[in-house]
Design a protein around this ligand. Structure first.
Ligand code: TYM
Length: 311
């Protein structure tokens, strides 16, 4: 069975872009693939320094995975920091790639341009992500468009290692669904936790309403494009054509319709989410960590032996 792998950072509440860009494609494939879904907590500490918040976010995001429809009995759901082989292999890859190569990473450049501290972890981030993917001989990585280059970097890390030490890692492929590759936020730019333009996946109705009402509309066109661009993620385009035709120019009504549609889209997941306790989350993460670690440690034994790190 081929394997899919993806991860999300517990750096804040999940938003609709995370769901339709990564989680939904992962869920759609998970029936036919051996599936692994990671909480990328070591990635999150490149930016999040508050321990209380991090702890809560880890529990919340793992709960969200299950609420969104991932079965922890089937998929391996685990936390990156529970499997030390990730940081170990990340180090190995850092020793194989050059500084100029990492300097070309768009995500790093964007984050620094936004004023984030360019700590060394943020810089080396793509090699930790390469380790996440390559440790498990992943075939497919479902992600949004902003992660395309990171998966290319993982292929590059695999090729570099294989050239230096012999065939060890499989080169993975990203899976990006065109229609939801970059979901726009309330300001029309990419929806992103760090831009403050998100619609939270598990927000209350009031939070969703507040976010939708803040969508920037441009009165010059026939159709409020920023509203429509988010709407098409939660409702089919055929229905939207007639809705937007009949409410032409009535931006407030269209936003109200969007609130209804997001609410209808999220409410079954919200109910499921309420039924998952913190202890349930701890239990399936523990089980996931054991299953992931078994695979990761076997792979690292091979890596160490090939590199001359066994005597
Ligand atoms: P992160 O936490 O920033 O985002 C998680 C996933 O959500 C997707 N995404 C979007 N998709 C569509 N439209 C948007 N507006 C949008 N915003 C975010 C992202 O593309 C991503 O798929 N580096 C990763 C986490 C990671 C990872 C991995 C992913 C760590 N190790 C291994 C895959 C495999 C990240 O920062 O995602």
């Amino acid at each position: 069975m081929k394997r899919i792998f993806t991860g999300l950072q517990p750096s804040g509440a999940l938003h609709i872009g995370n769901y339709v860009g990564a989680l939904k494609p992962f869920i759609d494939l998970s029936a036919e693939y051996d599936s692994m879904l990671m909480v990328a907590d070591y990635h999150a500490i490149t930016t999040l320094k508050n321990p209380t918040e991090l702890r809560q976010n880890i529990i919340d995001i793992a709960r969200d995975y299950v609420a969104a429809g991932i079965d922890p009995q089937k998929a391996v759901i685990f936390r990156q920091s529970d499997v030390p082989e990730h940081t170990e292999l990340g180090w190995v890859f850092q020793c194989l790639v050059t500084v100029p190569f990492l300097q070309q990473a768009h995500a790093y450049k964007d984050k620094v341009a936004k004023g984030l501290e360019p700590n060394a972890g943020l810089f080396a981030y793509p090699m930790l992500m390469a380790a996440d993917i390559l440790l498990y001989d992943t075939d497919i990585v479902p992600v949004g468009a902003d992660q395309r280059q990171h998966v290319e970097y993982a292929r590059e890390a695999a090729a570099k290692f294989n050239n230096a030490y012999g065939e060890t890692f499989k080169e993975p492929q990203e899976r990006i669904i065109e229609a939801t590759a970059t979901v726009p936020g309330t300001d029309g730019k990419k929806m992103s936790k760090s831009y403050g333009n998100t619609i939270p996946l598990f927000g209350t109705r009031e939070e969703i309403a507040e976010a939708v009402m803040s969508i920037v509309t441009d009165s010059s066109g026939e159709r409020p494009e920023n509203v429509y661009a988010i709407h098409r993620v939660v409702r089919n385009e055929g229905e939207l054509q007639s809705l937007y035709e009949s409410y032409k120019g009535k931006y407030k009504s269209l936003k109200e319709a969007l609130i209804e549609d997001i609410d209808a889209f999220v409410s079954p997941m919200r109910e499921k989410r309420d039924s998952i306790s913190d202890d349930n989350v701890r239990a399936f993460l523990k089980d996931g960590a054991e299953r992931a670690r078994e695979r990761a440690s076997a792979k690292m034994r091979d890596v160490r032996a090939k590199m001359g790190l066994t005597i």
